[in-house]
Design a protein around this ligand. Structure first.
Ligand SMILES: Nc1ncnc2c1ncn2[C@@H]1O[C@H](COP(=O)(O)OP(=O)(O)OP(=O)(O)O)[C@@H](O)[C@H]1O
Length: 135
């Protein structure tokens, strides 16, 4: 959620207070990931896939550039799935009853996950394929 613009006295707070708030923000984000992991089967699948891909990376001794591509792909899928989970929750809150726009919001959010996952599959095939097949 976007933070409200701080009032004048708040802007003058001592730096340690600001640091505490930044650290708290990380805590909120971590709690969000943990809560989504507990409720979403898809995310647990992504967690397993992430562990497998990292293991494969070490096994194949992939290059730094390949690690970068794998990291971007894995992070994209996680980010898309977390956004999808957030949109699903907000949609259920705003429109528990059937509504065309609620359905559209969920379908579009799911589409984002699908595209990120397809991209990750392509990157995975291009990075790991040559280590296992003579291509
Ligand atoms: N309130 C609603 N109004 C209209 N259509 C909806 C609504 N809720 C869900 N749908 C339709 O049902 C589909 C499945 O929705 P659901 O909330 O079950 O998500 P899901 O695909 O099962 O996601 P997940 O498995 O990650 O929870 C949506 O993509 C949408 O097309």
């Amino acid at each position: 959620m976007a933070e409200p613009t701080p009032s004048a006295p708040e802007r003058l707070r001592p730096p340690e207070r600001m640091w505490r708030r930044r650290v708290a923000s990380f805590g909120h984000a971590g709690r969000g990931v943990w809560s989504a992991l507990r409720s979403e089967v898809h995310l647990r699948f992504h967690a397993l896939a992430t562990v497998v891909v990292i293991g494969l990376g070490f096994y194949c001794h992939i290059t730094r550039l390949e690690w970068a591509l794998v990291a971007i792909s894995v992070a994209s899928v996680w980010a898309a799935e977390l956004m999808n989970t957030a949109i699903e929750a907000l949609t259920d809150l705003a429109s528990p009853a059937y509504h065309l726009l609620a359905g559209k919001a969920k379908d579009v959010a799911a589409g984002a996950v699908l595209l990120a996952a397809l991209g990750a599959v392509v990157v995975g095939a291009l990075v790991f394929g040559p280590y296992f097949f003579n291509v």
